[in-house]
Design a protein around this ligand. Structure first.
Ligand SMILES: Cc1cc2nc3c(=O)[nH]c(=O)nc-3n(C[C@H](O)[C@H](O)[C@H](O)COP(=O)(O)O)c2cc1C
Length: 353
């Protein structure tokens, strides 16, 4: 199939074939309890769903559904501008590939290797004019830094998020990411609840404010704290000198019964907006969802599961096609709600139902 002809539907079809028994590639990935990936049994692998009952994953979608978009159509015509600057790097949209990892954990290793998976996300995002973030799991080490390798291949065009492992090792990963030319680094503090790391005897820790401060001091790159779900943690992140936070419950994969991210984003943003870069993820499936998150106070967003499927389905071309779809739907949402550019997006576009 040529690059030009690949459609979103082709990507989905190919993913469905390759992820048989793992993911239903439903029209909407909503974490409903009836879905194939949901309802993890005690001590069994997490797959691609949510932890435990799957409520935290599902809550992300339910939280976004509480907001609807207000149409504002009378006025001057314009072409919405989705261009976004991420720490000074110019991109085509405020939508990036989330830090994901672990094809072996979710059962995709028979169809794609971890290295190809990382490569697909980073390059596919780059081809769409945006940035792919990379994660960290138990198969990663300083000798097998799959995410950092992919970022290096893309001439540094990527962000590396590490698990909250031992401090000294974390700093070594940060140094390696720096050498690869990465745009930013960070930790998923909610990785302290990582099922995959725990079951493979890789120790992960809660991090103290001092430790986070030390990490910020240890690198010249901006440091991002991913997994912030409360005002308290957001304020601590600001005080450590971190450059950004991601309001995230890890796609509902680390703790059962957390709120959806769209339920907590606005209150967090009202406390720390302007003091730190705010990003968010969880359940974002279309540009309409992106607009909601931006209206609730995020500066940009990350997309996880949909890009995993795109990468498994059709590699970097699949990721590019998916990212372009997200940008197109964001443009439509902006046109229809009277937002000429990202600065014009505010809570005014939302109606709570
Ligand atoms: C299979 C899978 C693997 C993930 N691996 C990581 C990881 O290594 N590091 C990380 O920070 N987050 C990881 N995440 C969480 C994502 O970065 C992101 O927070 C989440 O997927 C967003 O929700 P969404 O999948 O509904 O878009 C993972 C998510 C999934 C589904």
């Amino acid at each position: 199939m040529t690059k030009e002809k690949l459609s979103l539907e082709d990507v989905r079809k190919q993913a469905k074939e390759k992820l048989k028994g793992i993911c239903g590639v439903y029209k909407i990935c909503d974490g409903d309890p009836s879905r194939l990936c949901q309802n993890q049994s005690y001590k069994s692998s997490l797959g691609i769903g949510g932890v435990g009952s799957g409520a935290s994953f599902h809550n992300n979608i339910l939280a976004l559904e509480k907001f609807q978009l207000k149409m504002r159509l009378i006025g001057e015509h314009f072409e919405p501008d989705t261009n976004y600057s991420f720490f000074g790097y110019e991109t085509s949209m405020p939508i990036m590939g989330a830090s994901t990892s672990g094809v072996k954990s979710f059962g995709g290793d028979t169809v794609i290797s971890e290295q190809d998976f990382c490569h697909s996300i980073v390059l596919g995002c780059k081809e769409a004019g945006t940035i792919g973030w990379r994660g960290h799991t138990y198969t990663y080490s300083l000798n097998t830094p799959f995410g950092i390798n992919a970022i290096k291949e893309a001439r540094g065009w990527g962000v590396k998020i590490c698990k909250p492992i031992k401090q000294e090792l974390l700093i070594e990963f940060f140094k390696k990411a720096e050498e690869a030319g990465a745009l930013a680094v960070g930790i998923d503090i909610d990785g302290a609840g990582s099922y995959a790391m725990k079951t493979h005897n890789q120790l992960v820790y809660r991090k103290s404010p001092e430790e986070i401060r030390d990490l910020v001091q240890a690198t010249s790159l901006p440091v991002i704290i991913k997994g912030v779900m409360t005002i308290e943690d957001a304020l601590i992140a600001v005080n450590t000198g971190a450059a950004g936070i991601v309001v995230s419950n890890h796609g509902g994969r680390v703790l059962d019964h957390t709120p959806g991210t769209a339920d907590v984003l606005q209150e967090i943003a009202s406390e720390v907006k302007g003091k730190i870069k705010i990003m968010a993820d969880g359940g974002i499936r279309t540009g309409y969802d992106v607009l909601k998150m931006l209206a609730l106070g995020a500066e940009s967003v990350l997309v996880g599961r949909d890009l995993i499927r795109a990468a498994v389905g059709a590699g970097s071309a699949g990721v590019r096609v998916h990212m372009e779809y997200l940008r197109e739907t964001l443009k439509k949402a902006m046109l229809m709600t009277n937002c000429k550019n990202l600065e014009k997006i505010s809570s005014e576009v939302l109606q709570r139902v």
